[in-house]
Design a protein around this ligand. Structure first.
Ligand SMILES: [Zn+2]
Length: 295
């Protein structure tokens, strides 16, 4: 999964420090991140364009600046490689930000094409950048906010309101019906493959209650024997995903929620194709069932 980066180690303890030229820098315009185009070997050795996260030194050199000119702040490190958020484009409208030659502003899904360190580090940095971009003004009194100086927070100097990073809980569940798995496709997912039932946890409910509700809402089914499988951060939607397995309880007739899903069906174990398990808990749950492990 995305956070499984061993032997690398994420150090997300809050601190204030200066960058090295080799540290990563995230230049986020409120929607996309500036990435460097790199040549990669595609299928059968053909060259293809890939993307990498720029380093502090190279972006400064491009703009004729030195480390002393760097405008940005430390986010976290993976091993001894720090990730910094570039503040130089803060408050500039996205369409006025220049794109240097050889670089491109890309959406967060691009991080999924990178190596484990840049995938986890880049997506997590953008999670923080997005949160900061949404909290430039106090939601309580409207004053301009500042970053906290002793923890990862945003503070209103006028009324004292403190805002922490937004991490929205999500549940995802592999529902088993004998040798069949409940699989679905969400209307908003650009990936056409079938995945599992999932959804944000609502106010006032437990994770298990969210599982019951989501399966009923999206597929019209009851479930029982809900068991915790594992969790993962999901920076692409500012989320924390809790994965569960469950068994069908009663009638197996699917009543699909057409507003959310384009497909929902029972898929036999032998008809499920292999899924890559290096990024998402959804794929890990599907592979767990496909390979015949007990749910
Ligand atoms: Zn305030």
């Amino acid at each position: 999964m995305i956070h499984d980066i061993l032997p690398h180690v994420l150090n997300n303890e809050f601190k204030v420090c200066d960058p090295k030229p080799t540290d990563f820098v995230i230049r986020y315009d409120g929607a996309k991140t500036l990435l460097k185009k790199v040549a990669t070997s595609g299928q059968e050795g053909a060259s293809a364009v890939g993307y990498a996260i720029p380093r502090v030194g190279e972006l400064l050199a491009l703009e004729g600046k030195t480390l002393a000119d760097f405008e940005g702040h430390y986010l976290f490190s993976i091993d001894d490689m720090a990730f910094f958020l570039d503040d130089s484009i803060e408050a500039k409208p996205a369409d006025t930000v220049a794109t240097p030659e050889g670089y491109e502003f890309m959406g967060s899904r691009t991080f999924r094409t990178m190596n484990p360190v840049e995938r986890m580090g880049g997506a997590t940095a953008v999670h923080i950048a997005h949160w900061e971009s949404l909290n430039k003004f106090c939601g309580k009194c409207g004053n301009v906010t500042i970053r906290g100086d002793h923890e990862r927070s945003i503070v209103c100097p006028k009324c004292g309101n403190v805002v922490y990073p937004r991490i929205s809980p999500v549940v995802i569940v592999a529902v088993r019906n004998g040798d069949k798995l409940l699989m679905a496709h969400n209307i908003d997912n650009p990936n056409p493959r079938l995945f599992l039932i999932s959804g944000f946890v609502e106010v006032g409910e437990s994770l298990e209650q969210a599982v019951h509700r989501e399966v009923m809402e999206e597929a019209g089914l009851r479930v029982k024997n809900i068991r915790y499988f594992g969790s993962q951060p999901w920076p692409f939607s500012d989320s924390m995903i809790a994965g569960f397995t469950a068994e069908l309880d009663g009638d197996d007739t699917i009543r699909m929620q057409k507003e959310e899903l384009s497909e929902a069906m029972w898929v036999k174990r032998e008809d499920i194709p292999e899924y890559e398990t290096d990024v998402s808990i959804s794929c890990c749950l599907i592979e767990n069932f496909r390979r015949g492990f007990t749910l």
